[in-house]
Write a protein that binds this ligand. Sequence first.
Ligand SMILES: Nc1ncnc2c1ncn2[C@@H]1O[C@H](COP(=O)(O)OP(=O)(O)OP(=O)(O)O)[C@@H](O)[C@H]1O
Length: 232
Amino acid sequence: MIELQKIEYHYNDFKMHFALNIAAKERVVIVGPSGAGKSTLLSLIAGFIFPNSGQIILNQQNVTTTLPGKRPVSMLFQHNNLFSHLTVEQNIALGIKPALKLSRTEQTTIDDILIRIGLEGFNQRYPEQLSGGQRQRVALARCLIQHRPILLLDEPFSALDQALRFEMLALVNQVCSEFNLTLMMVSHYLDDSLNHFSRCLVIENGKIIFNAAPNHLKQNENQRIARLLGFR
Ligand SMILES: Nc1ncnc2c1ncn2[C@@H]1O[C@H](COP(=O)(O)OP(=O)(O)OP(=O)(O)O)[C@@H](O)[C@H]1O
């Protein structure tokens, strides 16, 4: 579960305010204009930045001042999730063991996760030998192997073509069910992919202005928000 209580965060003059309550296993998509504060919201939850005031509670723990590695969270970014000088297997292993020397059990865990993400046998390839979609699958595998209950995705599939993006979303849905994850994902797409999510947050100018099921965006009272997002 993710609870943000009266969070305030300032970048110079740009003030953001977030209050939020998300139950365990929800799947939440975050949309809104460029520069509205979507990535900042995820960075606050992940612990890469700390709020000026307010409390962050994750799975009943107050983590407001906790460092990222100690939070029950893993995060995937749009780009640069993999180290180019490390193999697929080593990149995934970093999620569990910085020293990279794997025990037999850890090796089996990595082989299993490669099967789950459809990259069986890709262990010794380097990122440059993978397609964009395959790279993001490997990055997702590194998140999953950490077994953290909250998964934050900052537009990780936007560089992929539409078919591949939908395929990745289906994979994310599948792993969220399988691993019982709570998901928050930033997206720039306002298409059928919204239906993968139980809830949609719209952020404008550092505030959450909509917090409901995605299909509520089509209701009359939300016309202004739908227009802001580019829906006709
Ligand atoms: N390190 C920083 N220093 C100063 N201002 C920043 C910094 N990072 C972000 N900002 C500002 O904070 C605001 C929110 O940025 P954020 O990246 O959260 O927006 P976003 O909604 O994710 O945008 P986009 O969709 O373009 O990625 C923006 O106005 C941005 O210019």
